[in-house]
Design a protein around this ligand. Structure first.
Ligand code: HSE
Length: 436
């Protein structure tokens, strides 16, 4: 049998929304994939929790039931390429390590595992001389990791701003268009299947923080884990915040921001932010994702598309599968972990940003002066101040202060000092302004 006829044995671990679509694509596109790889991709097994239970995908009714197994680790040890789509840390981690130990390459979409155990997986892949590919882990169908790892390998990436979580983008978008409060939109999103039954990983920013860690590690050739990422979710964003953002020509987005401060270090953060209405990221609506990359030579680039869902994510997974299968035929491998810069992870207090602070103040002479004085004392400069009567009566007014750029640390101290003032009844909201 020539090498071209020698099948590449593929094991798929997990047959949920994405795994099912990967299996379907492997079957429906088999002749094309064979031509593109240069050898057939032979599905040797699909690991599921309960092989006796019916598969959720109607399109898989013809799948040979003897391919199903509940022994993910055993199956991983028999394949040339293992596609891990179980998600979470265990048993996914053990199955991937078993695959490497048996000399198999791995394709995964598991951002939580990469964000927490990436270095261990890279080391195991390097030891075995095989590939670890994970394009689908960030931005679903959007090609973003290979462009960072390969297309931009000759450039210096300075910053990435990403909308990398579709659920929260959908929720913030609906809050903007419908004026609803967050819990109501989350409830509707769950009914429509956009949000998980337990939306914590999305709403609280854990999912985006794992993706930020992956982006920062690749962009800055440095080891950044999800635990190095400052994380603030969208739970505190109110309908009033959204309305106030609109009044100043902004939209609120949950951003993953990773930036390199020269040779000093890397700052990675996830938080809601005001984005100017004319920034390309402001146009990213619904559950779509976009990753905005700033590089020294290339300038600004934006990668846009579907960041979740079975078919879009399966596209990226099967793309990786074709790549690693080609590598196996060519007895080569793609890039491994690159950490030569070894930049430290800097605390978020050192991040440079701008704040929009919404205050409810006493409507009396000297208030503006008092607020301005306290802000200046912290070394922060004010860009604009806007006072409105708002909905308040009884001698209260709304005051919206936008600062110039300062460190997060100085801005946090400023907000604390302002909130102590007698003339300030309430700090009604505080959001960072990014992308200007
Ligand atoms: N929960 C994620 C999202 C799915 O909402 O974007 C893709 O990682």
């Amino acid at each position: 049998m020539s090498q071209a006829d020698h099948p590449i044995k593929v094991a798929v671990l997990g047959c949920g929304t994405v795994g099912g679509e990967v299996v379907r694509l492997l079957q429906s596109s088999a002749p094309d994939l064979r031509s593109r790889v240069g050898a057939p991709l032979e599905l040797i097994g699909v690991a599921v929790k309960d092989p006796a239970a019916p598969l959720p995908q109607e399109s898989l009714v013809d799948l040979d039931q003897s391919l199903l197994t509940d022994d993910a680790v055993g199956l991983a040890g028999r394949a040339d390429v293992v596609v891990e789509l179980i998600g979470g840390v265990e048993p996914a981690r053990s199955a991937i390590l078993a695959a490497f130990a048996a000399g198999a390459s791995v394709v995964t979409a598991n951002k939580a595992l990469l964000g927490s155990h990436g270095p261990e997986l890279y080391a195991a892949a390097a030891k075995a001389g095989v590939d670890l590919y994970f394009e689908a882990a960030v931005g679903g169908a959007i090609p973003i990791l290979r462009p960072i790892r390969e297309s931009l390998a000759g450039d210096t990436i300075t910053r990435i701003l990403g909308i990398v979580n579709g659920t929260t983008n959908y929720v913030l978008d609906r809050m903007t268009t419908d004026g609803l409060d967050l819990p109501e939109v989350v409830r509707q999103a769950q009914e429509l299947g956009y949000a998980e039954a337990d939306p914590t990983a999305d709403v609280d920013g854990y999912d985006a923080a794992s993706k930020a860690a992956i982006l920062a590690s690749l962009a800055f050739h440095t080891r950044i884990l999800a635990s190095n990422v400052f994380r603030e979710g969208i739970g505190g964003v109110t309908a009033a915040d959204v309305a106030s953002a609109a009044a100043t020509g902004h939209v609120i987005k949950l951003l993953a921001i990773v930036e390199r401060r020269g040779s000093e270090g890397v700052i990675a953060r996830v938080h809601p932010a005001l984005v100017p209405g004319d920034h390309p990221l402001a146009a990213v609506r619904g559950a779509f994702n976009a990753i905005y990359v700033e590089a020294e030579a290339a300038g600004e680039l934006m990668f846009y598309g579907r960041g979740a869902g079975g078919r879009p994510t399966a596209s990226a997974v099967v793309g990786d599968l074709v790549t690693v299968a080609r590598h196996r035929l060519g007895a080569t491998r793609g890039p491994g972990e690159s950490t030569y810069l070894r930049l430290p992870a800097l605390p978020v207090a050192e991040a440079l940003t701008r704040f929009q602070i919404r205050l409810v103040v006493k409507d009396q002479p000297g208030v503006l002066a008092a607020v301005s004085r306290v802000i200046a004392q912290e070394g922060v400069s004010i860009e604009t101040v806007r006072q409105t009567q708002g909905a308040h009566r009884g001698g209260l007014a709304d005051l919206t202060v936008v600062t110039h750029q300062a460190t997060e640390g100085a801005l946090q101290k400023t907000v604390a000092a302002v909130s102590e003032l007698d003339v300030v009844a309430e700090v009604a909201g505080m959001l960072r302004v990014e992308g200007e």
